[in-house]
Design a protein around this ligand. Structure first.
Ligand SMILES: O=c1ccn([C@@H]2O[C@H](COP(=O)(O)OP(=O)(O)O[C@H]3O[C@H](CO)[C@@H](O)[C@H](O)[C@H]3O)[C@@H](O)[C@H]2O)c(=O)[nH]1
Ligand SMILES: [Mn+2]
Length: 759
């Protein structure tokens, strides 16, 4: 092996700068600034609506600047796996974490498919350990994992022998189109295929049957710990389901089940808490220098994904300050044309790759490889001094300092010291030797008096623990990348209903605002830490999502207000200035549409996303703000509401998916009130405007066609709600929501009318 080869980089970073796109960004910015200027110059001739419009547009311009900041430095990467295998004699160990929280919302069959896909990746099995955290403390999950590990003994050799690409069995067996190679058509293969498929079907039935029963099996033996326990009040349960004792590279990786202790009196910090328990228990058992974390619904879709990640993490040149490798969240069996705007393709393509071109990609909570020492709170080396940038947590800490940060478990603190020094773990005694210590560090009181959740591990205090944790990593000066391999590394489930998407967005908005008002605010990290200025702006763009609801709401109400009061907030068609908003509207939407087309999505998907954008910002994000205020006032705590995961196609086609699946459904939740109200207000104002019921205009400033166009556009955006007004059952807006919204809409119309009479 020549030394020239050794020095070849394992990945390449390619800039995606596009001057055409930048030109359009600038055109849009110029138009926004022109509107602002026009409003300032004509402020004296106009009243309240003009000022409000100005303030909203000021906010939109600010947001646009932040968006430009992210998009202007987009990068993509390319990895060289062949060089990796030439360069490293031995691949490093990786601990894999899977989190699940509710056996009903997250069916175990989905979780075990994720686990099976990860156990079967192309990576030496004795370097892998898979830890499953079950926050639902469900014997069904343990039962399913035990069954799955038996099946794995057939599944993994089968995948490796025939080099199967899709290693989540439910996906593989529902999709056979690509098995075209001659080997895969041999008689031997077909026989084995049939055998494995039958075994998988048996496994599936076993789990489905077990799910029907109150308990999956008798709660004795391995399951005794689950007898007489409550989900929110129970001791720790840890089970080593499988240990690769002989440390065979072709064997089955370790598989460990963990349900951490819970007690109503002690906060458990949702997913972040679960991740920290996984971190500690794995530290005791295997202490791999790298860890991969995935949500239970995100199966591995590319068997080489670990090698891709290692190309980044082991590339000596950039190695020193690269903290994590994120893979994008991509969803399988998404509904046609993304009716609920939750497939996030454009978000990852532009914002993900954009942030990667700054200090680093955002951590998205799943599909991410971390360095253990980074999660433990270490800082990167300063290039000049060759010392860690910040001295708080580092490899030279004394035993006492380690205890202050990592808690009182002597065993764990020893492993943490090794992890910080990047010293390989000693596996001689097997993983069961530390089981007692593992019970201790999984206890609900363990973290008191330590720095878990503040300086070490996943950071607490936000329901968007992913962004918060990534931010604290970047704040120490680390970098990160996002990589889009082909085929995608992971595929997961997106929420399959309108309400679920709104709940998810509400949680995100709340969590992001929680970060903004915490001491983890990016502005503080830029002033006093190592967060780069442009990266800070990129974070602010995300953290402000919730606040966008207020200008969006005001701007949505403006055309209606103008139609009802016969005033205007946009220039008249006679004025040349009217071309500014018209041009902005057309160019902005075409620009946005182009991003959907460039990512191979349909025009309908663009339309659905932009319309969900209006719905989400005026409902879910608004509730995010309300939740944050309630938390600030100490009235209620924020909670992590787990998203329902559905498994679609188990048969050969997915046309079987209900044609109505994309239709919006409603329930009694107050989250539907604002949008319903906006719609009612638009309809009323259009009726007033079109039927000539407007009051006389004040000095020739009456509303014009542009206000009508805005109002009609909004009605089109809120079409699912219009359908909901006449829909029945779950497709209809409940009467209680309708009455609340009607009352609000009537009050609004009345107030508008009164203001004209008084004015
Ligand atoms: O108390 C809890 C709550 C949730 N989870 C797990 O957290 C994961 C994410 O939950 P999900 O309901 O799927 O939320 P999503 O909105 O789909 O998740 C996105 O947003 C979250 C932050 O809001 C991130 O943690 C996720 O990684 C990211 O995919 C799942 O594996 C859950 O099992 C727990 O382990 N414990
Ligand atoms: Mn999810």
């Amino acid at each position: 092996m020549g030394s020239a080869k050794i020095s070849l980089p394992l990945y390449e970073r390619i800039s995606l700068k596009s001057s055409i796109k930048n030109a359009f960004d600038i055109i849009i910015l110029t138009l926004l600034l022109s509107i602002l200027l026009y409003r300032l110059l004509s402020l004296t001739n106009h009243g309240f609506s003009w000022v409000l419009a100005f303030l909203c547009e000021l906010w939109f311009t600010f947001c646009w600047l932040m968006i430009m900041n992210i998009k202007w430095s987009r990068v993509r990467y390319k990895t060289y796996q062949d060089r990796l295998l030439q360069r490293v004699a031995e691949l490093p160990p990786v601990d894999v974490f899977v989190t699940t929280a509710d056996p009903v919302l997250e069916p175990p069959i989905i979780t075990i498919n994720t686990v099976l896909s990860l156990l079967a990746v192309d990576y030496p099995a004795h370097k892998l350990a898979c830890y499953v955290s079950d926050d639902g403390c469900s014997p069904l999950i343990l039962y399913s994992l035990i069954q799955a590990s038996n099946f794995a003994k057939q599944w993994i050799p089968f995948c490796k022998k025939y080099n199967i690409q899709l290693r989540a069995p439910f996906r593989y067996f529902s999709n056979r189109n690509y098995s075209t190679s001659s080997r895969e058509n041999s008689k031997e293969f077909l026989q084995e295929w049939k055998l494995v498929k039958d075994e998988y079907e048996k496994l599936r039935h076993k789990i489905e049957n077990a799910a029907q029963k109150p308990t999956p099996c008798e709660l004795s033996g391995e399951f005794e710990a689950f007898a007489d326990i409550e989900r929110r009040n129970h001791p720790t349960i840890i089970k080593v389901i499988w240990e690769n004792k002989e440390r065979l590279s072709g064997g089955l990786p370790h598989l460990i089940y963990i349900s951490r202790e819970k007690h109503p009196k002690h906060p458990h910090h949702y997913k972040a808490g679960a991740m920290n328990v996984l971190t500690r228990v794995s530290g005791l058992m295997t202490n791999a220098p790298y860890m991969l974390n995935v949500d239970c619904d995100m199966h591995a879709n590319n068997p080489k994904l670990f090698l891709h990640a290692m190309c980044f993490l082991l590339n000596s040149k950039g190695q020193n300050d690269l903290a994590f490798v994120q893979f994008p969240q991509i969803f399988y069996d998404g509904l046609k044309d993304d009716p609920f705007g939750n497939q996030l393709v454009v978000l990852f393509e532009y914002m993900g790759k954009g942030a990667a071109g700054l200090q680093g990609a955002f951590y998205a909570g799943t599909g991410c490889f971390h360095r253990r020492k980074v999660i433990y709170g270490a800082s990167p080396y300063d290039k000049q001094t060759r010392r860690p940038k910040s001295t708080a947590i580092n490899e030279n800490m004394t035993g006492e300092e380690l205890v202050q940060v990592f808690g009182s478990s002597k065993e764990f603190v020893e492993t943490a010291a090794d992890a910080l020094k990047e010293q390989p773990a000693d596996h001689a005694q097997g993983i069961r030797k530390s089981i007692e210590a593992a019970y201790q560090v999984a206890g609900c009181r363990y973290e008191y008096g330590s720095r878990w959740g503040s300086k070490a591990g996943w950071i607490y205090g936000s329901t968007s623990e992913d962004i918060q944790t990534g931010l604290s990593i970047h704040a120490r000066g680390w970098k990160s990348v996002i990589y889009f391999p082909e085929p995608p590394a992971f595929l997961g489930c997106a929420p399959t209903s309108g309400p679920d998407s709104l709940t998810q967005q509400k949680r995100w908005a709340t969590g992001l605002l929680e970060i903004l008002i915490s001491k983890n605010c990016p502005i503080i990290h830029t002033l006093f830490g190592n967060l780069q200025f442009r990266q800070c702006l990129a974070y602010l763009y995300l953290l402000f999502w919730g606040f966008c609801s207020i200008p969006e709401l005001c701007y949505a109400i403006l055309p209606a207000y103008c139609l009802i009061t016969n005033s205007n907030f946009l220039p008249k068609l006679e004025e040349t200035a009217c071309y500014i908003p018209i041009a902005l509207f057309v160019i902005f939407n075409l620009y946005n549409l182009q991003e959907y087309i460039a990512t191979s999505q349909s025009i309908k998907a663009w339309w659905n996303n932009q319309r969900m954008g209006r719905i989400i910002s005026t409902s879910a994000w608004l509730f995010g703000v309300i939740r944050m205020i309630l938390k600030l006032l100490g009235i209620s705590e924020t909670v992590f509401e787990v998203t329902q995961k559905d498994q679609f196609a188990t048969d050969d086609d997915n046309d079987g998916v209900d044609a109505r699946a994309g239709r919006f459904t409603f329930d009694k939740s107050p989250i539907f009130v604002p949008v319903t109200t906006i719609l009612l207000v638009q309809l009323t104002s259009l009726a007033i405007g079109l039927l000539g019921l407007r009051p006389p205009a004040d000095g020739g400033q009456g509303s014009g066609p542009l206000e009508i166009v805005c109002s009609v556009w909004l009605v089109l955006c809120l079409w699912p709600f219009l359908k909901g007004m006449i829909g029945k059952g779950k497709y209809g807006i409940p009467l209680s929501t309708m009455s609340k919204s009607s009352a609000l809409a009537l009050t609004f119309v009345y107030l508008c009318r009164r203001s004209t009479q008084m004015g």
